[in-house]
Design a binder for this molecule. Sequence first.
Ligand code: PAF
Length: 274
Amino acid sequence: MLIHSAIPDLRAALKARGRIVFVPTMGNLHAGHISLMEQARAHGDTVVASIFVNRLQFGPNEDFDKYPRTFQADCDKLVAAGVDVLFAPTETDLYPEPQEYVIEPPGIQNILDGEFRPGHFRGVATVVTKLFNCVQPDAAVFGKKDYQQLMVIRNMTRQLALPIEIIGGETVRADDGLALSSRNGYLSDAERAEAPRLFRLLQEMRQAVLKGNTDFRGLEKAAVEALTVAGWKTDYIAIREQANLAEATGRDTPLVILAASRLGKTRLIDNLEI
Ligand code: PAF
């Protein structure tokens, strides 16, 4: 696997490489990331991964400094997954001067996760655009676990006519249902045992909706209460329309349940399509 940190070196290495499929990450790779790499392999000739912990998408009180950085272990996993090229820029490579020109997503950046993480999706859209410009891929793979992020990137790519196919990768879960996430490593043993409750609740809500319950606000409230009783602090549990994440009002369009809740100091997100 070739590893480049400087943008000109990366561009030179990616000349005449056929169809390039790109998987951007912030490192601390787990089986969920590796499944995205495998999906990338099935969609093109050259798989490019990136590792960059993007300061722009972290709020001032978030975990930028303590975000796990495990570069050597990540490289071993990428080699084993057959990744061809790793782009691993330093902050100076990617942000040699303050990043004043940014991508400002529309209203979708202020709902759900965006309401609780102001500026987060601006930071994501900006770095993803910059990474796209560095790698110039034909396709890029993003996990469906970050459902709202995937929608922001899909919409941005379409509206800016970027010539890149956006592919959504299914969420990978532990045997007990917990969605794999780099942040799961922050959980204590007791919190890790409690964490699958979130997905169980999403499954129960989905079952209720499939059985005909359309009291969506009632279902959301009951789920928040169940988490609160179990010691969680919930940002949101919301039944939304898949197409635009608008509040769901009926069953005539595909729906998705999205959730973000804190267990101790760890904020977990998850979602389930109906
Ligand atoms: O999903 C992530 O890991 C990040 O948000 C991304 C897409 C790599 C941008 O920093």
